[in-house]
Design a protein around this ligand. Structure first.
Ligand SMILES: Nc1ncnc2c1ncn2[C@@H]1O[C@H](COP(=O)(O)OP(=O)(O)OP(=O)(O)O)[C@@H](O)[C@H]1O
Length: 250
């Protein structure tokens, strides 16, 4: 692999806009970057554009203007084939509802890409990813035997196994109780400590507080950025944003 690409910033968005339809909702002029070993949370009211931001940043939605670079590679200029390869090789995606295949064991779920002719994942890589989320003992269990938190940790292991530069997580704890959430957040911190960058959407200030910084989005635009760490400060910012007069937001 090209060394310059290998050491490039995992994610950089410059002036990114996307609208589902002309003059309709979407995101406007969003700029942000995520460095190696950093964890960024995205918060904002319902309908603010958080998921849209995540989908644009991961190449799942084509931006209408601006630039998106993942691992130093510009996504907006890529054809579908190159984009698919980039997503496969550099991006992990964790969804709220886990997206596990019920008929496959945890290990098979982690190796899914390899089983379907996508990225090659060695057995040792898959087992290491399961161990990283504390599920090495559960490799041969099926999702039906797991709690919600364990399922989500399998999904994280799957995102990790391909050793992506960048992990996107859309409400990864949204469906979990507090104990399971805690385990998922511990796993995500381990991923970040290993040098991966995480961009995570959440509604929960105590989950966002686990991140290194929190980006607040409203009406499709970035309104403010706070450091992680203090759930009360994050909750206050969210409330202030929701109650700010329309003219202050423009
Ligand atoms: N496929 C779509 N077609 C048209 N409009 C859409 C589509 N998906 C989302 N939207 C609209 O775009 C805006 C941003 O949606 P998005 O899902 O990004 O918000 P969000 O901040 O993630 O919301 P939530 O917290 O409720 O999940 C909303 O007004 C939403 O209704």
């Amino acid at each position: 692999m090209d060394t310059a690409v290998e050491h490039a910033v995992p994610l950089m968005l410059s002036g990114v806009s996307y609208h589902y339809e002309a003059d309709g909702p979407g995101i406007d002029d969003v700029s942000l970057s995520c460095s190696e070993g950093s964890w960024t949370a995205v918060m904002g009211p319902s309908g603010a554009g958080k998921s849209t931001l995540l989908y644009c940043a991961s190449g799942l939605l084509p931006v209408s203007s601006g630039s998106v670079c993942v691992g130093g590679q510009e996504l907006t200029a890529m054809n579908e084939q190159k984009l698919t390869r980039l997503r496969r090789d550099h991006i992990g995606f964790i969804f709220q509802d886990y997206n596990l295949v019920e008929a496959f064991s945890c290990l098979q779920n982690v190796m899914l890409s390899d089983l379907f002719g996508g990225r090659r994942i060695e057995l040792s890589q898959a087992l290491a990813a399961l161990a990283q989320v504390g599920l090495e003992e559960s490799a041969n269990l099926f999702p039906g035997h797991l709690s919600g938190g364990q399922r989500q940790r399998v999904a994280i292991a799957r995102a990790l196994a391909a050793q992506p530069d960048m992990i996107f997580a859309d409400e990864p704890t949204g469906a979990l109780d507090s104990k399971s959430s805690r385990m998922v957040l511990t796993s995500l911190r381990a991923v970040v400590n290993e040098g991966r960058a995480v961009l995570m959407v959440t509604h929960d200030p105590s989950v966002a507080a686990e991140a290194d910084r929190v980006i607040f989005v409203e009406d499709g635009r970035v309104r403010s950025v706070l450091p992680g760490g203090d759930p009360h400060m994050i909750a206050q910012e969210l409330t202030a944003l929701a109650h700010s007069p329309e003219e202050d937001r423009l």
